[in-house]
Design a protein around this ligand. Structure first.
Ligand code: 5GP
Length: 178
């Protein structure tokens, strides 16, 4: 693998397809063990999780359903702050075990907002699975239940993760070369 250029930045190879696959299988195997007696709903967080989600689900041997959601923010009309809205959740999740599937957990803001919104919908349980986790950037106390790989606080690209909309289709992960 070589150094690549995306827009104005250069990225170098960081996590190979083989290493990604090993991490994905590790996560899948833990989930398979933990949810033997349940039929969980896997909720993929768009856009970044789509590749991880696809590979993860291929290694899940549970009875399960899958769905995708997106966290959108807009300016509230009456308030000063940003309001977060969950788009795409059409099914009733009450009484169900939910596994949120994220591409990467950085500060943890996204994860905590998603959890806040979903916990009002009476799910039986909500757990988080993420491919990548940056412990040095994480600012929350919320537990992250399944982690593929821990990485340092650097900007990564590929396997679903983008730089300005580009690079999501790369089959392995690159890191900013600075
Ligand atoms: P958090 O809310 O945890 O700070 O960030 C979550 C989101 O920020 C991720 O879902 C992802 O879209 C984006 N993000 C955080 N770190 C990176 C990174 O290193 N590379 C890319 N491409 N996106 C990132």
């Amino acid at each position: 693998m070589d150094i690549i250029t995306v827009k104005d930045k250069s990225f170098k190879p960081y996590i190979s397809e083989e290493e990604l696959q090993t991490s994905v299988e590790k996560v899948a195997s833990k989930i398979n063990d933990d949810y033997k007696d349940s039929a969980p709903i896997f909720l993929g967080i768009l856009n970044g999780s789509f590749m991880f989600f696809g590979d993860l689900l291929k290694s899940i041997d549970l009875e399960c359903t899958v769905s995708f959601v997106k966290l959108a923010s807009y300016e509230g009309t009456n308030s000063t702050g940003e309001v977060n809205q969950l788009i795409g959740l059409n099914e009733d999740i009450s009484g169900k075990d939910i596994i949120l599937v994220e591409d990467i957990v950085d500060t943890g803001n996204t994860l905590v907002k998603l959890h806040e919104i979903l916990s009002k919908k009476n799910a039986k349980s909500i757990k988080i699975a993420t491919l990548l986790y940056k412990p040095a950037a994480y600012k929350k106390d919320h537990p992250i239940d399944y982690v593929g790989l821990e990485i340092p606080n650097a900007f990564v690209l590929g396997y679903g993760l983008d730089y300005d909309g580009l690079g999501r289709n790369l089959s392995s992960i690159y890191v900013l070369n600075d």
